[in-house]
Design a protein around this ligand. Structure first.
Ligand code: ZN
Length: 656
């Protein structure tokens, strides 16, 4: 466990709250301590109110903030005296508690305080740090975890048996902490949940956290339970995409909506998924913080209907004893362990899938270490149920905003690094899709730094490159729902009499042949799209209204147009819709430099502005206009349309 405190860095943070920000970020940097918004920290500060009265305010991490990137604004200021009074109540429902926390803030615009706020309030130290450290969980989540924790910490930490987060846990700690704490106490361990440290300075509290976690690591190391079993390389070059798309299809069917699925086909996941004792050890989450992201238990193998059946049984067993009526969540898994695939993590968005994967990667570490120590023991199913179906989670569900139109779906765009393709990527991301962008230009890799985009350099005329790109794209997102065929070239005007065979073939290869390769390669995946596949081809006004000097281009686009129409006929039985849009005069693309534009405008005796609006509506057509139409053609407005050709050209008198 590395102590990341650095005096030079710390000097950039001013005041008590500033240093609270600094050490919170240090905790957030270490993923074995906290993951994706997990963990929380606080500082108690005496302030003078507007009325001139002194009061103690607890600044506690606001919900929705991630410790790694938290700022001062991410801490919610709550009146400490009120929190301490609440902690003495006999009972308080969690929704009531949340209301009390929010209504006692001294800044109305602050984020809602963490549900663990009262826990921070009752610890009588200025700084309080709380993590769900892997090493501590590896010890607490064993059959004799509590005895081991007491052995490790002695009088350094107060130990609290598992109670789900919320008021009851805070109240229990309010009683147990003062009763158990002594002069040597520097922390508190919550069984099957995590660890608290505290101190009178930010540094002291942080360093005590590191020390406490280090003790757990040392304990594991002394019992040969720290080093993970060596991972054997079980990765294969074998294509997995059909298997993955089939699995995602099945899971999305069970969920009732499409899910993004990220496949972790690496040594670590495969070694875990191939353990002979997998069924025994791959139990539920290690801490309540992980429950929502990974669900009750992972699915082992690929029998989705059996998993869904077990999930319904689990719901029916535990829901009746709950005080409030519960709405069943979808019965689909969020983590799959399979000896061939490795670990697959799912989510409604690519970000959720990435988070589930990260969480389970840490869960595997915890499970393997606990197993080496004598046996992993997850929380009983009823406790997991209480967290999964917590009033607060159910309320979020009821309030839940409608997901974006392409949530959980995956799109592939060719020619995605610039112009219309780049705009298509943006239009699809904005509608909630995960997007695979292909482009000859290697800059495609860095087009977007976000979980829901993967950029793959690819020459679409090379079948092997297309195959590799599809394999990588499906491993990243689980399948393919939408295909936007945009890549193409527009060579300068050459009359037929001068058109070389080489140029003709080159244009055909890129504008026509490559699209056949892509469509053929994607068909099997599109058939497995949970909501049926969609294909949009970027045609051209030249299809209905060709111009002189563009024989190869016009012929290639006419060819692609026919390819699309035949695909619409052939693939209709699979529910796959294939439509074409015909743009014209889209000038905000790489081929139209200012010089070319000026020259063309001069050729027609027009200004550049007039030339750009040379259409019936006298309007400029941009890449964004084309991209918006392409995205809409994949959406519900075109649900009953296939084989259509829609112009996006401001109206052409030659076409109309
Ligand atoms: Zn916690």
């Amino acid at each position: 466990m590395k102590n990341l405190w650095n005096d030079a860095e710390a000097r950039n943070f001013k005041g008590d709250l500033g240093l609270r920000v600094y050490t919170s970020r240090l905790l957030g940097r270490d993923k074995s301590l906290v993951l994706h918004g997990g963990g929380n920290t606080s500082v108690k500060i005496r302030e003078r109110s507007l009325l001139g009265e002194e009061e103690d305010v607890l600044y506690v991490k606001g919900s929705g903030w991630d410790l790694e990137i938290i700022e001062e604004a991410g801490f919610s200021p709550v009146r400490l005296a009120h929190l301490l009074k609440l902690a003495r109540l006999e009972a308080l429902s969690d929704p009531e508690m949340v209301n009390e926390l929010v209504t006692q803030m001294t800044r109305a615009s602050a984020p809602a305080p963490s549900v663990e706020t009262i826990l921070h309030a009752i610890l009588p130290y200025r700084y309080v740090d709380h993590t769900h450290a892997d090493a501590v969980l590896a010890v607490t989540n064993t059959t004799d975890g509590e005895a081991r924790i007491r052995e490790i910490y002695g009088d350094k930490a107060v130990v609290v048996p598992y109670i789900m987060p919320g008021f009851d846990l805070a109240r229990s700690c309010a009683v147990r902490f003062p009763a158990g704490a002594g002069p040597k106490t520097i922390g508190m361990v919550l069984m099957n949940h995590g660890v608290f440290s505290f101190g009178n300075s930010a540094r002291e509290s942080y360093e005590r956290m590191i020390a406490l976690v280090q003790l757990a690591e040392d304990y594991l190391a002394h019992r040969r339970a720290w080093s993970l079993p060596p991972a054997r390389d079980g990765t294969t070059g074998k294509p997995l995409r059909r298997d993955l798309a089939t699995l995602r299809h099945g899971i999305s069917g069970a969920a009732g909506f499409p899910l993004v699925m990220r496949c972790h086909h690496n040594e670590r996941s495969l070694s875990f998924a191939r353990r002979p004792d997998l069924r025994e050890i791959a139990q539920g989450p290690a801490t309540p913080d992980h429950v929502i992201r990974t669900k009750r238990v992972p699915m082992i193998g690929r029998d989705v209907s059996a998993y869904a059946r077990d999930y319904r049984a689990y719901f029916n067993e535990h829901a009746p004893r709950a005080r409030e009526p519960k709405t069943m969540l979808d019965p689909a898994p969020r983590v799959v362990l399979d000896p061939e695939l490795g670990m697959c993590a799912l989510g409604r968005t690519a970000r959720d899938a990435a988070m589930a994967g990260d969480v389970y990667a840490h869960t595997m570490d915890v499970i393997e270490r606990a197993t080496l120590l004598g046996g992993y023991r997850a929380l009983p199913a009823k406790d997991i149920f209480d967290v999964e179906y917590w009033d607060l989670e159910q309320a979020k569900l009821r309030k839940g905003a409608k997901p974006p139109v392409f949530a959980g779906e995956v799109a592939l765009v060719t020619g995605a690094a610039s112009g219309i393709g780049k705009a298509c990527v943006e239009a699809l991301l904005a509608r909630g899709a995960a997007v695979i962008g292909l482009d000859l230009n290697p800059a495609i890799k860095g087009l977007h730094q976000r979980e829901d985009f993967t950029g793959i350099p690819c020459d679409v005329t090379m079948e092997s490159e297309v195959t590799n790109a599809l394999e990588a794209g499906v491993r990243a997102f689980g399948g393919l729902d939408m295909l936007i065929l945009n890549a193409g070239i527009f060579p300068g005007g050459t009359r037929i009499a001068e058109l070389t065979t080489e140029e003709w073939r080159k244009v055909m290869q890129i504008n026509l042949d490559a699209n056949l390769i892509l469509m053929r390669s994607c068909h099997g995946l599109l058939r497995l799209a949970p909501r049926a596949g969609r294909v949009v081809l970027v045609g051209s006004k030249n299809v209905p209204a060709p111009g002189p000097g563009a024989a190869a281009y016009s012929a290639s686009k006419a060819g692609v147009n026919q390819l699309a129409r035949v695909a619409a006929l052939e693939w209709g039985e699979d529910g796959i819709r294939v439509n074409v849009l015909h743009p014209n005069a889209v000038f905000d693309t790489a081929i139209w430099t200012d010089e070319v534009l000026k020259a063309r405008a001069a050729h027609y005796g027009m200004s550049v502005e007039e030339y750009k609006r040379r259409n019936v509506l006298k309007t400029e057509v941009t890449s964004r206009d084309v991209a918006e139409l392409a995205a809409e053609m994949c959406g519900p407005a075109f649900a009953k349309t296939t084989g259509a050709q829609v112009p996006v050209d401001g109206g052409s008198d030659r076409v109309i």
